[in-house]
Design a protein around this ligand. Structure first.
Ligand SMILES: [Zn+2]
Length: 432
């Protein structure tokens, strides 16, 4: 049967499959929503409840269900003709504290909806389709200590060390990640020792469906997006401008070493540079998330001698992050010299952007054309498991679904119709 005929069969059963997804979303919500929002703590009871529900749904679809040493769930619909690299799709089932029902879960439910449709339409895929539900993607909200979050996805790729699992401590009760992995029945020693559960060469591609975490699709009135790349970051977590405290009435300007005006000039210089980058058509966002004098010392009548701020610059382009690195250092030094205020940016860390597969993006674009689904190309501003899979060498793509209320809070929203559009692209892609 050719692809158009198979696609027709999917279309016939699609409404029923999306309804199956809607029911699963509802059950996840009921099981894990508290008054303050959805609570699926990484390696905690909420995440486990979500894994239990999804396992039950996968068994209902008669899938091959496996967990790896880190507790990631792999649910596979086997191919018609045996082996060969398969498709991997899915996302995480944890949430931020007081989060919403769709961040993460949408990607797992989408994979199961696609498989539901294949089952109902009587289609066996050309290659295996595995839906992965990862653990601990939101680790940065649930664990303190030196760690790189995205625990389950990185564990599956063999990138989570014993040191990191011992150093990451739960902000809820102080237990280490290793203890928590053990408490839900999995094996941190095996995670550290390997071998990795995911061998990149065994997959022809990883495609993660996720709600958009910004306002672009909603603003442009488009249900879905094809992610062009996941922005990398340049971050200074502890920048300090060191000037000198002095009397606000008695000290003339030429004697001042005002940390507030120095930091403000730095902020305005960065914004002007941001404008120049945008004028050049570059992808970049800049944020000074914390920006403050010392509340123990500041007063109406003092020139402030110290000012602290953070810096978070993100771009899809490695070259832009390198330029930004040079720009912030030179600007801090120039302003500091002129104003006799030392602007110490502290340590600056950089994470590279994740490149999405051009082939998979083109295939998804062809799917939107065939199905008549409107989709926008856009960058991902947030980090995702997809970035780790892409960096490990698996051809990777992401589908975004419109989300009118933003994410990482309880009011996060997504219409089931929009979800159906995004998941339908996934089903179409997996027909080939
Ligand atoms: Zn997410």
């Amino acid at each position: 049967m050719n692809r158009a005929a198979l696609s027709d069969r999917i279309s016939h059963v699609w409404a029923e499959s999306v309804a199956f997804g809607a029911t699963l979303f509802h059950r996840l919500d009921v099981a894990t929503r508290l008054p303050a929002g959805v609570m699926r703590q990484s390696y905690g009871p909420g995440e486990q409840a979500a894994h239990d529900l999804v396992t039950e749904a996968a068994r209902g679809l008669d899938l091959d269900v496996q967990t790896d040493a880190a507790g990631n769930l792999n649910m596979t619909l086997p191919a018609r003709n045996g082996s060969g690299p398969g498709w991997l799709t899915g996302s995480h089932l944890d949430s931020v504290p007081s989060g919403g029902n769709f961040d993460g879960a949408a990607g797992v439910v989408a994979g199961l909806v696609v498989i539901h449709a294949f089952r109902r339409a009587g289609i066996q895929p050309e290659t295996d389709i595995t839906v992965i539900a990862t653990r601990g993607e939101e680790g940065s909200s649930w664990f303190s200590g030196p760690h790189k979050s995205h625990f389950g996805g990185r564990a599956a790729l063999g990138q989570l060390s014993a040191d990191e699992m011992n150093a990451a401590k739960s902000v809820v009760d102080g237990r280490s990640l290793a203890q928590m992995i053990r408490a839900v029945g999995f094996d941190p020693d095996l995670v550290a020792a390997g071998p990795p559960a995911i061998v990149p060469a065994s997959f022809r591609g990883f495609v993660e469906l996720h709600i958009e975490q910004g306002p672009i699709l909603d603003h442009r009135n488009v249900p879905a997006g094809i992610v062009s790349g996941i922005r990398g970051t340049l971050r200074a977590r502890n920048a300090v401008a060191h000037g000198a405290y002095s009397h606000s009435g008695a000290v003339p300007r030429e004697f001042r070493r005002d940390a507030v005006f120095a930091a403000s000039e730095f902020a305005m210089a960065l914004e002007a540079q941001w404008d120049r980058w945008l004028t050049q058509g570059r992808d970049v966002v800049c944020t000074l998330g914390r920006f403050h004098t010392d509340p123990e010392q500041h007063s109406l009548t003092k020139v402030s001698g110290e000012f602290r701020f953070t810096l978070d610059i993100r771009s899809e382009e490695s070259e832009l992050l390198a330029e930004a690195d040079r720009f912030v250092r030179q600007t801090a030094e120039g302003i500091g010299e002129r104003r006799r205020v030392r602007i110490d940016l502290g340590s600056i860390d950089r994470s590279p952007p994740a490149v999405m597969s051009a082939d998979l993006r083109a295939s998804l674009r062809a799917c939107t054309d065939r199905l008549g689904i409107a989709a926008l190309d856009l960058a991902s501003g947030g980090g995702h498991d997809a970035a780790n899979f892409a960096a490990a060498g698996i051809p990777t793509a992401m589908i975004f679904v419109r989300n009118p209320n933003g994410s990482h809070h309880p009011d996060e929203d997504m219409s089931i119709t929009d979800f159906g559009c995004g998941a339908r692209l996934l089903a179409e892609l997996f027909l080939s």
